[in-house]
Write a protein that binds this ligand. Structure first.
Ligand code: MF3
Ligand code: CO
Length: 247
């Protein structure tokens, strides 16, 4: 069952979204060669708490940090560590926060220093996947319409769509119904209704879409070692479209 949010709940989701936007303003100032992912995570956690919010990722099935910070071939769920960001890498920062009982979830992929045009194109197309997907969202549309638009955008650009990880509904919990694959057929899947809140998050690979999980049980990498990008926002379905709450 996909929850429909009304009145106060929507206000709280919007407030959580605005708080997460503020956290990302801080993240944007931190990304540079030489900083460790652990240092970035510490600043994120501090910012989340300073806003009166909490970090639901921390402790989620034993996950040890507030944020997931994933470089180059790491698709998602990179655990903050002493790893130092290097010039030319790309880094995806994925953050969930909970404010007054409601969650917001977003991810940005950043360039560390100077990156290759190939990596920049991967980041740009991944954002485009998100926007083309969201453009299909409105009351009465089918979820598959958005999923298909994401897949088409990625594959026309020559990229892969990760199958093993998905987007999701979001609200009182960071993961709610429905599961949102980044591929699918238009005209299929649940019918969207105004008040549904969704985390749309294309995870796009430069090469093949197969991934593997490291022995830490979290770190998800491309099998071929080529880079991946990730772009995510929390969006609210409305009568004639979608409102992006985290951007
Ligand atoms: N932010 C991720 C998502 O989009 C969840 C992170 S998994 C956790 O679903 F372990 F870090 F919580
Ligand atoms: Co998410």
């Amino acid at each position: 069952m996909i929850p429909i949010r009304t009145g106060q709940e929507i206000e709280k989701l919007k407030r959580a979204g605005r708080a997460l936007k503020e956290v990302f303003e801080t993240v944007g100032t931190l990304i540079r060669p030489g900083i460790t992912t652990l240092e970035i995570n510490a600043e994120i956690e501090k910012k989340i708490f300073s806003l009166g919010a909490t970090a639901p990722c921390k402790g989620y099935h034993g996950y040890p940090a507030a944020a997931c910070i994933s470089t180059d071939d790491i698709v998602v769920h990179g655990i903050p560590s002493l790893k130092v960001l290097k010039n030319g890498e790309i880094v995806s920062v994925d953050i969930v926060l909970k404010l007054d009982g409601y969650c917001a979830d977003a991810t940005r992929t950043y360039a560390v220093g100077e990156i290759s045009p190939e990596k920049q194109r991967l980041i740009d197309v991944t954002r485009k996947c998100f926007y083309n997907g969201v453009a299909k969202i409105k009351d009465g549309a089918r979820l598959g319409d958005a999923q298909h638009a994401i897949q088409l955008t990625a594959e026309l650009a020559g990229y892969g769509v990760v199958r093993a990880m998905t987007g999701h509904g979001i609200g009182k919990n960071m993961h709610e119904d429905p599961v949102i694959e980044n591929y699918g057929r238009a005209g299929t899947g649940p019918t969207l209704k105004a008040g549904m809140c969704l985390a749309i998050e294309p995870m796009i690979t430069m090469g093949d879409w197969n991934v593997g999980i490291d022995r830490d049980g979290w770190t998800c990498r491309t099998a071929d070692g080529l880079p991946a990008a990730h772009y995510e926002n929390t969006v609210l379905v409305t009568a004639n479209g979608a409102e992006i709450l985290t951007e």
